[in-house]
Design a protein around this ligand. Structure first.
Ligand code: AMP
Ligand code: ZN
Length: 114
């Protein structure tokens, strides 16, 4: 996707602090961290969000979640961590390219309606 921010990060057109990369998955630090550890894990393939996933993505989703888990181990988040994926406007999605937030490094708050 030409104008997608995260596709531009995948292509290296926008710099990022990469923590993991393979042929299907990229992980990089969030530019505006909401917790001491805030990492984004994305598929290199453009997928709009969790609302557009199909059964063809089963293997990819497992790989993305396992990547988040491995990063949590590497970051030594032994006291706990959180995976978040926001969907569309009410879900707070600002970048329309599927991504999982890995949040940790301190006690995380509740979430719900504003
Ligand atoms: P969401 O609001 O769930 O769509 O998450 C998008 C995330 O992307 C936010 O947490 C932003 O801080 C983060 N973000 C936006 N631009 C960049 C960038 N250039 N590099 C890293 N993270 C970014
Ligand atoms: Zn994209």
């Amino acid at each position: 996707m030409k104008d997608c921010l995260f596709c531009k990060i995948v292509r290296g057109e926008i710099p990022s602090e990469k923590l993991y990369e393979d042929d299907e998955v990229l992980a990089f630090r969030d530019i505006n961290p909401a917790a001491p550890v805030h990492i984004l894990v994305i598929p290199k393939e453009h997928i709009d969000g969790a609302d557009t996933l199909t059964s063809s993505h089963e293997g990819l989703i497992a790989k993305l979640i396992l990547t988040v888990q491995r990063l949590a181990e590497e970051q030594k988040l032994v006291q706990g961590w959180r995976i978040v994926t926001n969907i569309r406007e009410h879900g707070g999605q600002t970048v329309r390219h599927l991504h999982f937030h890995l949040l940790g490094g301190g006690q995380l708050g509740d979430f719900g309606l504003k």
